[in-house]
Design a protein around this ligand. Structure first.
Ligand SMILES: *[C@@H]1O[C@H](CO)[C@@H](O)[C@H](O)[C@H]1NC(C)=O
Ligand SMILES: *[C@@H]1O[C@H](CO)[C@@H](O)[C@H](O)[C@H]1NC(C)=O
Length: 678
């Protein structure tokens, strides 16, 4: 009842909210102190002075800077509740600087888009928003006003491309005019504006949601007022372009030959009202790197002075570069330069606040894991820090990580890259916020017990992640440490298997204070413990332990030498299989699925590898595409020491009291002797 009520309330309140005009208003006089309000990407940075530099003058670079939060840009007005795009208004000041007589390019845009990342976008005339294939597609949901300095789609076009355009979903403008403004009191008298003069230029973009007209006005900042007649005034249909939630910001790009730096000095924005006027005196200084063409180069003295300054600067630069090379901070060996997954130590250091203890989110078998936010992209990551005793084998390690970094699957915690610093190895993963399967099963928060269908879904997901590692990638990757604490659960309760392949690093003698078997007690297959050879079926064994764990909420090896597999086996053989189910579930589970999971768990935990299914078979069983085989000789141990699972300890005593046992799966190897062998 309560939930029904709150649901109804939610629906009502969302209707009420959307029927009212949205409110959002912000103003940035420079971006100093407001770095977190923007998400910058690519070449974009916020300089110490507060200037937002979208691109530098490198060739073919892209820069994006978007307001960090998406904003609601539509309203539905009763009685019809038809979608209406909200009025919006923005005012900003930009500067475009090119080098001397070099051609500048390409330009920048103010953009409203369904997304704030454009991984496929291209530079030059696509301005970092589109590429050849996406250009013009209505799936883009992009409205942009371009301030472009290159005409048309041709790198070699004349430099009369100094124009402003209104673009929808592509680079063909719906309306465009050479950059200019109307002089005050005149309807026809226009003054040209050179977009790439290096001087700050003001721009105003206003859209009226009632009339669907967008106005674009520009003027040099030196003018200090808004011309009353807009340069462009155009009716546009944004209904299908603007979705409910959109991102707003800037994009910019340079070309192969033509490359300018693009700057934003200040920016204001408002929904359903005029954007707050920028106070030009509060903006950061315009970029210093002025185009020499705007300098008076008449006297020889000036040239002499300039060139000596340049020479001195060059000298300083060379000294700085040499100094940097000598610094141990980030010296790269040649092979490292070829590694696409290499991160800069500085970025990871900043991301994790200097590897502060408060940022630790877990401690795994190989080292501590920190949460971090990459300063360059604002993306959340998990950084695993492994300290090694020597620097040997670093190259092999990197090669390994490079190859693991190419694995991509929805049920894996993707490895994004790595970094080394002295004896520290840092491995960067996707950040999964929700928690580990282990924690959700054994320490559920606020009694949030995982429901059966969620558990079943998790089990299937882990299986498909393992199948990918074993069979679907270009080479076989053994996980070697499958266990519940290595399964992370994302917000949608999908499992993501982490730490895969890392154990292989042992083979390179990397983390070698432990030798021999890698894994976790309770998940280690008997043949692995005996001869130390990992295989896909030792992974399957560990997966079996995980299946039983998820169904029963008991650890594979408990206190008092309790062994989960044996207990489940006992109950199975005495026809009481479902008694092992997690008590917290009560009877809220699907009997057929539960039996399947338990029996499959036993099958995967079979002490003889040849009886264990492959992960592909596991998935077929879980999907009900194939019946589980009947296994007769469950408890036979090949040394003959254990001929049948010993059931004497099941006589009416609870599992926690069990003192003596003989494990069918670990066989004759006892917990303590195994431990000593490590
Ligand atoms: C910019 O930062 C200042 C100080 O941190 C803050 O008061 C202000 O609200 C921020 N502006 C915006 C538009 O977020
Ligand atoms: C756009 O410009 C026209 C013509 O100057 C003007 O009538 C209209 O009010 C302007 N609309 C907005 C939203 O500023």
């Amino acid at each position: 009842m309560a939930t029904k009520f709150s649901l109804a309330f939610l629906i009502c309140s969302s209707l009420i909210v959307s029927a009212h005009p949205q409110e959002l208003k912000f103003v940035f006089h420079g971006f100093k102190g407001n770095e977190t309000n923007l998400t910058t990407e690519g070449a974009s940075i916020i300089k110490n002075t507060g200037l937002l530099r979208l691109t530098n003058r490198s060739q073919n670079v892209i820069g994006h800077a978007f307001y960090s939060e998406s904003i609601r840009m539509t309203e539905r007005t009763p009685p019809s509740h038809l979608k209406n795009v909200s009025s919006f208004s923005t005012h900003f000041v930009f500067a475009i600087v090119h080098r001397g007589s070099d051609p500048g390019g390409y330009g920048l845009t103010f953009t409203i888009s369904q997304k704030n990342k454009f991984p496929e976008a291209e530079a030059d005339h696509y301005l970092g928003l589109f590429n050849k294939a996406t250009n013009g597609s209505s799936n883009n949901h992009i409205f942009a006003v371009e301030f472009d300095t290159v005409n048309g789609f041709n790198e070699n076009a004349d430099r009369n491309g100094n124009h402003v355009g209104i673009n929808i979903n592509g680079m063909i403008s719906n309306a465009a005019e050479p950059a200019a403004y109307y002089s005050e009191g005149s309807d026809s008298n226009k003054e040209d504006v050179d977009l790439e003069s290096g001087d700050p230029i003001q721009a105003w973009i206003d859209y009226d949601g009632q009339t669907s007209v967008v106005n674009v006005t520009i003027a040099p900042a030196s003018l200090d007022y808004q011309p009353s007649k807009p340069l462009l005034s155009k009716w546009v249909n944004l209904t299908d372009v603007v979705l409910d939630n959109m991102y707003i910001g800037f994009s910019s790009s340079t070309g192969l030959i033509k490359a300018s730096s693009h700057y934003i000095l200040g920016w204001s924005f408002a929904l359903n009202g005029p954007a707050p006027a920028l106070n030009l005196s509060r903006l950061p200084e315009a970029p210093k790197e002025k185009s020499p063409s705007s300098l008076k180069t008449s006297t020889v003295v000036l040239i002499a002075v300039l060139s000596s300054v340049v020479l001195t600067l060059l000298g300083v630069l060379i000294v700085l570069l040499l100094y940097k090379r000598m610094m141990p901070f980030e010296r790269l060996e040649e092979w490292e330069l070829d590694c696409p997954h290499r991160f800069r130590y500085k970025d990871l250091y900043l991301a994790t606040k200097g590897f502060k203890d408060s940022e630790i989110v877990g401690v795994g078998g190989f080292g501590a894991v920190y949460r971090g936010v990459l300063p360059t992209t604002g993306v959340e990551v998990a950084v695993k820090k492994i300290t090694r005793s020597s620097k040997e084998g670093m190259k092999e390690f990197a090669a390994e990580i490079e190859s693991l970094g190419r694995l991509r699957h929805k049920n894996l915690v993707n490895l994004q890259g790595w970094c080394k610093k002295k004896n520290n190895l840092l491995i960067v993963y996707d950040y999964i916020p929700y928690g580990s399967l282990d924690a959700l099963i054994f320490h559920p928060k606020d009694d949030a017990v995982l429901e059966w269908h969620e558990r079943f879904n998790i089990i299937k997901g882990v299986a498909s992640g393992l199948l990918y590692l074993h069979e679907e990638w270009e080479q076989v990757v053994l996980h070697r440490d499958v266990k519940s604490s290595n399964v992370l659960i994302d917000l949608d309760l999908n499992p993501r298997l982490g730490d895969f392949g890392l154990a292989r690093l042992h083979d390179h003698g990397e983390l070698s204070h432990t030798t021999g078997v890698v894994g976790t007690i309770g998940y280690i297959a008997p043949e692995l413990a005996r001869v130390g050879r990992a295989s896909t079926s030792t992974d399957v064994f560990a997966y079996g332990a995980l299946l039983l764990e998820v169904a029963t909420a008991r650890r594979p090896i408990g206190s008092g030498h309790f062994i989960l597999v044996d207990w489940v086996m006992e109950c199975f053989q005495t026809d009481r299989l479902l008694e092992v189910m997690d008590q917290k579930l009560g009877s809220d589970f699907v009997v057929k699925e539960a039996e399947l999971v338990l029996k499959l768990g036993l099958l995967c935990s079979h002490y003889r590898p040849e009886f264990r299914p492959t992960m592909r078979q596991v998935i077929r069983y879980l999907n009900g595409e194939e019946e589980l085989p009947m296994i007769e000789n469950w408890g036979v141990f090949d040394s003959g020491r254990v001929t049948k699972v010993d059931s004497k300890f099941m006589k009416g005593i609870s599992s926690d009291q069990i003192r003596s046992y003989r494990s069918s799966s670990l066989g004759a190897i006892s917990y303590s002797s195994f431990d000593a062998g490590r």
